[in-house]
Design a binder for this molecule. Structure first.
Ligand SMILES: [Zn+2]
Length: 349
């Protein structure tokens, strides 16, 4: 039986969905036995380092938390994906660290300026990977519950669950490696490829993903092949140098199975329209991001609508087919007509 015409049941499932994403758990409990204090609403986009510099009246635009995973019962799909103006205290938080670990682990990021120190770069990746693991587990728990209750969803949801199980396995492996390196303070095991743009920051982000293609569409790895080990990277955007410049950081473990993260990085560096390419990466791969209100409200209607359309394309299975046809996405972006960001330097740490 499907629940299409059962509003009570739908409400129950939507509430259960929300509950999964509010579960309190310290993701660093595997690191040591020092968990202490209550589980807090931890920021994953740093408030001081990332959100404040792009905020206006302490607000930014960000995707609503509810779209963090696919909910088949969410009928108001436009509202679920439209960027919302949110106070920076409520952006990108999750109940994933105890007070002790949140304070001590991320102090190098939160309590001093960002100087591209190896430890700072390591902790940036660590926090993002742990949040992703938390979200993927929440998604899987929810899907499992719908499979039991609504067999009609089975085919589509099973496929989705299979993909999530695979990525949880991969992220777990990376987390174990990161835990090990962290204990030894072996920060150099994370490789960081960095681009500095001489442009005022308008977007901030930090999310992991598997790069499938370069910016120009060359295939890097086959995401549908569940038998091969895939390379993952963390893509971050951070304001630097008193918020006068923007850093793009591609971080990955030195044990990734192929050279995909580096090739993906080079394709951004060589992209004809770098700003458009970076916006496309955000819209195609990144869930954890925020946008400057001054920049976003200054966009014309076509560009704002493009933002929403692309977020729907990448997040809603009904629109997937349409996405596959749009191969030349980077060239068709309206942002490629804008003045480009100026690349000042490029380096690896
Ligand atoms: Zn803890």
């Amino acid at each position: 039986m499907s629940f299409e015409n059962n509003p009570e049941k739908i409400k129950e499932l939507v509430d259960y969905h929300k509950k999964q994403f509010k579960q309190k758990k310290c993701m660093a409990s595997t690191l040591d036995s020092n968990c202490n204090g209550k589980i807090i609403e931890a920021h994953t986009l740093s408030s001081g380092l990332m959100l404040k510099p792009i905020s206006f009246e302490s607000k930014v635009y960000a995707p609503p938390v509810a779209n963090m995973s696919y909910s088949p019962y969410n009928k108001d799909i436009i509202q679920a994906f439209k960027l919302k103006k949110i106070g920076i205290g409520n952006v990108s938080t999750f109940n994933g660290f105890c007070a002790h670990h949140d304070k001590t682990l991320f102090s190098p990021l939160e309590d001093k300026p960002f100087y591209f120190e190896q430890q700072q770069l390591f902790m940036l990746m660590y926090r993002t990977v742990l949040k992703e693991l938390y979200l993927k587990n929440a998604s899987l728990n929810f899907i499992k519950s719908t499979l039991i209750e609504d067999p009609l969803l089975e085919m589509e949801q099973l496929l989705r669950a299979k993909g999530i199980v695979k990525s949880i396995e991969d992220i777990e492996k990376n987390k174990q490696k990161l835990d090990m390196h962290l204990k030894k303070e072996d920060w150099g095991r994370v490789i960081n490829n960095i681009l500095i743009f001489n442009s005022k920051p308008t977007l901030v982000a930090s999310s992991p993903f598997y790069p499938e293609k370069t910016i120009t569409g060359e295939i890097l790895q086959d995401l549908l092949n569940f038998d091969i080990e895939l390379s993952q990277l963390v893509f971050s955007i951070i304001p630097v140098e008193q918020n006068t410049k923007t850093a793009i950081i591609i971080s990955y473990l030195d044990t990734e199975p192929n050279n995909t993260p580096n090739m993906f990085f080079n394709s951004i560096k060589e992209a004809k329209h770098k700003k458009a390419a970076i916006i496309e990466i955000i819209l195609n791969h990144v869930e954890n991001f925020a946008v400057s209100p001054i920049w976003y409200e200054g966009l014309d209607q076509a560009r704002q609508e493009y933002f929403l359309k692309k977020m729907l394309l990448t997040s809603d299975t009904e629109h997937m087919e349409e996405e596959k046809e749009g191969e030349e996405i980077y060239n068709n972006s309206p942002f490629s007509e804008d003045e480009d960001w100026i690349l000042e330097s490029s380096f690896s740490i």
